[in-house]
Write a protein that binds this ligand. Structure first.
Ligand SMILES: Nc1ncnc2c1ncn2[C@@H]1O[C@H](COP(=O)(O)OP(=O)(O)OP(=O)(O)O)[C@@H](O)[C@H]1O
Length: 270
């Protein structure tokens, strides 16, 4: 059997306060999860449970306190060079045009054809002809498309996405989700997708992993999403199987979400 694209085994992450080393917080504990080559896996969980922490571990931006990370069977050391990232926050350089933003990573690699590749990817994400615009001259949805092109132009084998569309309005978000699915279907890269939106997770994924509330979050449920592809994220939500899956996953997630909110309220009150 070929190795998984990404494998986290027994991962725990404990953060130690800079001011007081006795102050420790274990965000995640005993996390084992895999993403197969070409598989689309989402992780859902209550706010603050450690979803981004796990994505940072997969990206090699954060070393786990215990446990191991393998990328296509090889232990991960340093940043994950097989992966591309798309985060929640705006990642575009405001002083560069859309095309120059998309080209940046290729230029860094010394690619001679950075400009035509960037133009081609802008076209694929529906922004052909917008390459000369600066980020402030684009809408939020368009900027996300540029970010998507910026990630995909590097042709990563693994795509790590942390709530990439959470800042978008519902319609733009659904358009972007469908575009990501179409691009994913064409290239079949491994995707680890973090979201707090269960509908989005089900509509997009092959598998949904549910994390418990923190501290010490860990996977408490794993669901295979057997909805037919290709999917339209808006239409698939109306199918009986989607509703069934939603109910089954929500049954596991509901209590954790309530715990997560209760903890946030305690932190605020303290
Ligand atoms: N560098 C850090 N130092 C200390 N604590 C941290 C650090 N990074 C994350 N945490 C804590 O670890 C927990 C998990 O954070 P993380 O951002 O991974 O959660 P999340 O599930 O992505 O949250 P959200 O759904 O709100 O985006 C939180 O309680 C957070 O405060």
């Amino acid at each position: 059997m070929s190795a998984a694209a990404l494998e986290l085994a027994g991962v725990a992450c404990t953060f130690v306060s800079k001011d007081d080393a006795s102050q420790r917080y274990t965000a995640v504990r005993d996390v084992s999860l895999t993403v197969g080559a070409g598989e689309f896996v989402s992780v859902v969980g209550p706010t603050g449970c450690g979803k981004s922490t796990l994505l940072n571990v997969a990206a090699g931006l954060l070393s786990p306190s215990t446990g191991s990370v393998k990328v296509f069977g090889q232990p991960l050391q340093g940043t994950n060079r097989r992966a591309g990232y798309m985060f929640q926050a705006e990642s575009l350089m405001p002083w560069r045009t859309a095309a120059q933003n998309v080209m940046a990573g290729l230029e860094f690699r010394g690619a001679a054809d950075a400009r035509p590749q960037a133009e081609e990817w802008l076209r694929r994400v529906g922004l052909g002809g917008f390459g000369d615009r600066y980020p402030h001259q684009l809408s939020g949805g368009m900027r996300k498309r540029v970010s998507l092109a910026q990630t995909l132009v590097l042709d990563p084998d693994i795509i790590l996405m942390d709530e990439p569309f959470s800042a978008l309005d519902v319609q733009t978000r659904q358009l972007m989700e469908n575009e990501v699915l179409a691009l994913w279907a064409a290239k079949r890269k491994a995707v680890l997708f973090i979201t707090h939106d269960l509908d989005e997770a089900i509509a997009m994924s092959d598998r949904v992993i549910v994390l418990s509330a923190g501290p010490g979050s860990r996977p408490i449920g794993e669901f295979v999403i057997d909805l037919e592809r290709p999917r339209d994220v808006a239409e698939v939500r109306t199918t009986p199987r989607f509703v069934e899956l939603h109910q089954a996953i929500w049954n596991v997630l509901r209590d954790e979400v309530l715990k997560g909110y209760a903890q946030q309220l305690q932190v605020k009150a303290a």
